[in-house]
Design a protein. Sequence first.
Length: 246
Amino acid sequence: MLSFLDASSVAVVIGASGGIGAALVSALREHTAVGTIFATGHANQPPALARVEAYTLDILDEASLAALAARVGEAGSLRLVFIASGLLHTPSGLAPEKSWRSLELASLQQIFAINTFGPALVGKHFLPLLSRQGAAIFAALSARVGSIEDNRLGGWHAYRASKAALNMLIKNFSIELSRRAPEALCVGLHPGTVDTPLSLPFQRAVRPEKLFSPAESALHLLEVLDELRPADSGAVFAWDGQRITA
Ligand SMILES: NC(=O)c1ccc[n+]([C@@H]2O[C@H](COP(=O)([O-])OP(=O)(O)OC[C@H]3O[C@@H](n4cnc5c(N)ncnc54)[C@H](OP(=O)(O)O)[C@@H]3O)[C@@H](O)[C@H]2O)c1
């Protein structure tokens, strides 16, 4: 899987303390030949495993991102950046809005900061490091609910809008990236509904066969990345390889 990753390759997983991010690090270690994985958490540091360098980092702290980028730049050929961080609700009461009546400026700012602005800053510091020779991928976990075309239910205003804006950044980054690294890709991914703390309050409506374990989802996502070609750059793909409409 991901045959362009070899022992001299470096991968970065942001949000590696989360459900999907941790499973991705495991899947990368087990199913690819990647040499070093830089794995970051925020409140929680990911476990330090063989071939894994673990850190804590706030995706909104540009100085920390720059410091990590400097270490990554010295470690080898950067071939994969995977943003697996994100926010939907908090223990202190931030929750997806059912109506415009629930909109709060502070919640909008927090959701956009983690889901949109943070990935933008990761792009600023890590896209220039992506290998210019051969295949390389910059991927961010988006969500199907970020599709404007596919929105039939409404609600979840801040989260949906933050992921739609993330999808635009992915498209923009893909255009800029193609000029410096023609074989590299920048894509968004929808992991399916995955059994993690993020989805926990909303799992009751999900049929058991539609709820993936983080390990299942991580494998699906790596399989999707494996099939992508440079012409796919800028788009968002679901766990089953389906392209999600903007
Ligand atoms: N689970 C699903 O069903 C589902 C469906 C569609 C899309 N997604 C997307 O998939 C992504 C991962 O979701 P998940 O289910 O794995 O969620 P999760 O288990 O809650 O993990 C979230 C991750 O984001 C990190 N994070 C939060 N704030 C951060 C910050 N300021 N700086 C850096 N990292 C920060 C967390 O770090 P700490 O825990 O260390 O603080 C954690 O590693 C999200 O973007 C989500 O929108 C998930």
